[in-house]
Design a protein around this ligand. Structure first.
Ligand code: BDR
Ligand code: CA
Length: 308
C-alpha cells in the first residue's frame, strides 16, 4: 500500500475525502494532520477524530498543525460547512479519540525522513503546514514522493473572490512557497476539475442505508442546498475527495505541466493561481495541472468504496 499523509481542515468534503482514503483499503495512512481553514484548528481536529471513529480509523494518528495562516487572518467558511464544519452531522457523537502530542510540521518531517521517497502528501486545506515544514526542513522537498493539492483554479473563476479558490485564498503566501519549493511532483487538483465531480441525491441513495450512508446524507444536506442556491442543481462538488481519487487512480484526470504561481500582492486577485499556459515568463514547469476529469468514473469509484 502507498504511504500517505492527509492534511485537512475538516469540513464536509475533507471528511468525505478521509472516508474515501480509509475505505479504499489501498492507502497506508501514516497520519492525518489538521490545520486552520474552513473551521478553527481545534474544530477541524475534533471533526477529524469523529470521522475516524465513524469509519473505524481510530488507529490513525491525528496531529494538530497551524492555527492560523502564515501572515493573514483566519477566514472560516461556516456558511458552506455549517457551524461545526460537518453540516450538523455527528453533532452529539462523544469524542474519545485524541490528537497526538506533537506538531503537524514535525510529524510531516519525521514521517518523510523515516520513509524517504515513499510518502505522498494529500493536501486538502490551506497549505500552511507544508510551507512551514519546508521552511523548517528544506530537504523535505527531495524526500517526499509526491504532493497532491486540492486548490486553485486556472481557467475558471474562484469560489471565495472572483479569482481565488478557498485554500489558496486563505494562505496565499504558504501556497506560493509550496509551489516554488521545487517538489519533483506537485499536482494541482483545482476547481477546474473538482467542479465537475458532482455528488447528486441519486448517488447518495445508491449508498444504501448504512451508518456511513446516513452520515453522508446528513452532512451534505446543507452543502447541497448552498450549491442549489448558486447553481440551480441539487448536488455538491467533491473537491477534496477528488484529490484522494487522483492519488488512487491518476488516469481519472488529464494533466499538463505548467509554471504556476500565486498572487499575493493584489487588491482584487490575492490567492489567484496564475498558470503560464504559453510560457511567457520562460520559467520551468513546477506543477502538474489537472485540466479535465473522468467525473463519472470518479463518482463510481467513490460510491463503490463507500458502499463497502
Ligand atoms: C476547498 O475549500 C474548502 O472549503 C473545501 O474543504 C475544499 O478544500 C474548495 O475550494
Ligand atoms: Ca478542505
Amino acid at each position: 500500500n502507498m504511504k500517505v499523509i492527509l492534511d485537512v481542515d475538516t469540513g464536509v468534503d475533507d471528511a468525505l475525502g478521509i472516508l474515501l482514503a480509509i475505505r479504499s483499503g489501498e492507502m497506508d495512512i501514516l497520519g492525518i494532520t489538521t490545520v486552520n481553514g474552513n473551521v478553527s484548528l481545534e474544530q477541524a481536529t475534533v471533526n477529524t477524530c469523529k470521522i475516524l471513529q465513524l469509519a473505524g480509523g481510530e488507529h490513525i494518528p491525528v496531529v494538530k498543525g497551524a492555527d492560523r495562516p502564515i501572515l493573514r487572518n483566519t477566514h472560516f467558511e461556516h456558511r458552506v460547512h455549517g457551524k461545526d464544519g460537518l453540516g450538523g452531522a455527528l453533532k452529539d457523537m462523544p469524542v474519545h479519540k485524541q490528537a497526538e502530542d506533537e506538531h503537524a510540521v514535525d510529524f510531516i518531517i519525521e514521517q518523510v525522513r523515516r520513509y524517504p521517497g515513499e510518502v505522498t502528501l494529500v493536501m486538502t486545506a490551506p497549505l500552511t503546514n507544508l510551507a512551514l515544514a519546508v521552511m523548517k526542513y528544506p530537504e523535505l522537498v527531495r524526500q517526499v514522493k509526491e504532493v497532491v493539492v486540492m486548490g486553485g483554479v486556472v481557467q475558471g473563476f474562484g469560489n471565495v473572490t472572483p479569482t481565488a479558490e478557498y485554500n489558496m485564498y486563505v494562505d496565499p503566501e504558504a501556497a506560493k512557497l509550496v509551489f516554488k519549493a521545487g517538489f519533483s511532483s506537485l499536482t494541482l487538483v483545482g476547481l477546474d476539475v473538482t467542479r465537475k465531480a458532482l455528488l447528486t441525491e441519486e448517488h447518495i441513495a445508491s449508498l444504501g442505508d448504512s451508518p456511513l450512508a446516513r452520515y453522508v446524507r446528513e452532512s451534505t444536506a446543507d452543502y447541497m442546498q448552498r450549491y442549489y442556491e448558486r447553481n440551480g442543481v441539487w448536488a455538491c462538488a467533491l473537491h477534496d475527495p477528488l484529490a484522494v481519487g487522483v492519488v488512487l487512480n491518476r488516469e481519472l484526470v488529464t494533466v499538463k505541466s505548467y509554471y504556476v504561481d500565486v498572487e499575493t500582492r493584489s487588491e482584487l486577485c490575492d490567492g489567484q493561481t496564475v498558470c503560464d499556459f504559453q510560457n511567457r515568463l520562460s520559467q520551468e514547469a513546477n506543477v502538474h495541472v489537472c485540466l479535465d476529469v473522468a467525473a463519472d468514473a470518479f463518482l463510481r469509484l467513490f460510491i463503490r468504496v463507500l458502499r463497502r
